[in-house]
Design a protein. Structure first.
Lengths: 316, 224
């Protein structure tokens, strides 16, 4: 194993290794996990010349302060993030997202915070040394699986890197994280459990992202969604993006670490094309839902994929 | 049999096997699940069986609803070895310190504590599904006399290993987790073992489960 590592001086709020996630384990209660904002994760890996499934360090809100020991490496930060590079000689460089930088032994990276967004990614050439289970090193803190025994990073821990290697030339891309105006959804399998008024509220009123939002789910507050059938259904499988409405009438959107089965009625499901940007909504954000049909959702996802591929294609 | 297939969003199929919960419907779900697991259809990322539904998630950049639905409708579903389900024996300690809701059950049902426990231990259960949290088995059906709804206010933390009952079902908390089931005891056995990657669960859908009583001493020494 390579000796070089990052020492964690300040862990940040929720810093974990993430990759593309693990599939085929829903049936035993293990969700997908993986990077919340897949596009930003992919851009990061591409910029440092990695395979697109290499482990990146995902952070939320306040990121970590880490110090490189016994090595050098090229890294990049993707997302909308304020950060500084503190050189060993005490020089401070203001960091720029989507531009690679080189870190040498003793340099520190201070990821101050994400701006008007939740998640950011620190990717390095050849990736971090993660622990793999069911084909992924993504941390799932609920089931305690993946890298770091399934826990978020704590102070004084070490994050080992796979290989000391710098890119010979720096790399960059100009990318702007667009803010999402409407969350587009398909009607859920229990849509008709809700009153006409509730349906109308759901598609016309603003909802506010609550503080009780994490990698498992996003809780919304707003006008209550009234259920006129049953408040509970027989527990059944869930996927990310499902919007459940518990008896209190406040919708919850399932995110990447969600429980794999649930018993609340499903009013709608967020379309795949809008998932990355959905996860970036900070508590307090106002959101509105817009209904689309399946063929349109499929078309929108194709467009989103083509756009992602175009962005990755622009990176040499 | 499979009654209807709807879309659950743009990246999953919602396969409906009926409205009720019973072993026949659930066995159909599991049969489809096992067949699909073997087939390993292109683009399918997850298959989630539950009491009477099967959710098939897929990668929308590889396949889509219409094409996958046609494949599922035309499947030739074979019998699986699932019919020979295993019997799993689970130790349970029923000391007061573990039986957090036995008093509540006894008061609400107006049945003596011991009678509730006896009734619980006397039955063989069937595993309908696993999930919500890693490895949690949903077992049934408990005796109709000891059925009670969930707690009015769920616990913020249910201890790991807790065995809970609600309505016709029983489950085991494989991790400390929030939850509202009536807790009657605790098992020291590792129901979910992440280090056994190819076979992490000791109770799988279709298995049968019996509980046997152990004392505190046996409980403490169980994992030695």
């Amino acid at each position: 194993m390579n000796k070089a590592y990052f020492e964690i001086i300040r862990p940040g709020i929720h810093s974990t290794l993430q990759d593309l996630g693990r599939s085929n384990q829903y049936h035993i209660g293990i969700p997908f996990s993986g990077s919340m904002d897949k596009r930003n994760y992919l851009i990061g890996n591409k910029l440092v010349g990695n395979k697109l499934k290499e482990a990146s360090l995902e952070f939320a809100y306040q990121g970590p302060l880490i110090k490189l020991k016994l090595g050098k490496v090229t890294g990049v930060i993707t997302g909308n993030v304020a950060f500084n590079i503190l050189r060993k000689n005490s020089k401070i460089e203001k960091g720029l997202c989507y531009r690679t930088f080189e870190l040498k032994d003793g340099d520190q990276l201070d990821i101050i915070s994400t701006n008007k967004s939740v998640y950011g990614y620190f990717s390095i050439k050849n990736g971090f040394a993660g622990e793999y289970i069911w084909g992924s090193c993504s941390v799932n803190t609920k089931a305690k699986i993946g890298s770091n025994d399934g826990e978020k990073f704590g102070v004084n821990q070490k994050i080992y890197i796979n290989k000391n290697e710098s890119l010979s030339e720096s790399n960059k891309i100009d990318y702007f994280n667009s803010k999402i105006e409407f969350i587009r959804v398909l009607k859920g399998t229990n849509f008709n459990f809700f009153s006409e008024k509730a349906k109308q509220i759901f598609f016309s009123k603003e909802f506010i992202v609550s503080k009780l939002t994490d990698r498992m789910g996003m809780r919304l507050e707003g006008q209550k969604i009234e259920n006129i059938a049953e408040a509970n259904i027989k527990s059944e499988g869930l996927i990310k993006g499902v919007i459940q409405v518990p008896p209190d009438g406040n919708p919850i959107i399932m995110l990447s670490d969600h429980g794999t089965i649930g018993g609340y009625p499903k009013i709608a499901i967020v379309i795949s094309a809008d998932y990355d940007r959905l996860t970036q909504l900070t508590p307090g954000s106002k959101i509105k839902f817009k209904s689309v049909e399946l063929d349109e959702a499929e078309r929108l996802y194709k467009l989103y994929e083509i756009e992602t591929q175009n962005i990755l294609g622009q990176i040499r | 049999m499979l009654k209807n297939i709807l879309n659950l969003g743009d990246a999953a199929l919602y396969c409906d096997f009926g409205d009720e919960i019973n072993r026949e419907i659930n066995s159909n779900v599991i049969r489809y699940f096992k067949n699909l697991q073997k087939l390993d259809l292109k683009g399918v990322t997850n298959i989630t069986p539950s009491y009477n539904k099967l959710i098939i998630s897929y990668d929308l950049s590889i396949t889509n609803f219409q094409s996958l639905k046609e494949k599922i409708i035309n499947l030739d579903i074979k019998e699986t070895e699932n019919n020979k389900s295993k019997i799993i024996k689970i130790p349970i300690c029923l000391k007061d310190e573990f039986s957090l809701d036995l008093k509540r059950l006894s008061e609400k049902l107006n049945i003596e504590k011991d009678k509730i426990l006896q009734s619980f231990l006397n039955k063989e259960y069937f595993c309908y599904m696993t999930g919500f949290i890693a490895g949690m088995p949903f077992l049934g059906d408990i005796d109709s006399k000891i059925r009670l709804e969930r707690l009015e206010t769920p616990r913020v933390k249910v201890p790991k290993g807790s065995v809970g009952i609600t309505e016709q079902f029983c489950n085991i908390y494989t991790f400390e987790s929030p939850g509202g089931w009536n807790i009657i005891g605790n098992t020291p056995i590792k129901v979910f073992d992440k280090f056994n990657e190819s076979n992490p669960l000791i109770i799988n859908p279709g298995d049968r489960v019996v509980f046997y009583r152990i004392n505190k001493d046996e409980y403490l020494k169980f994992n030695e």
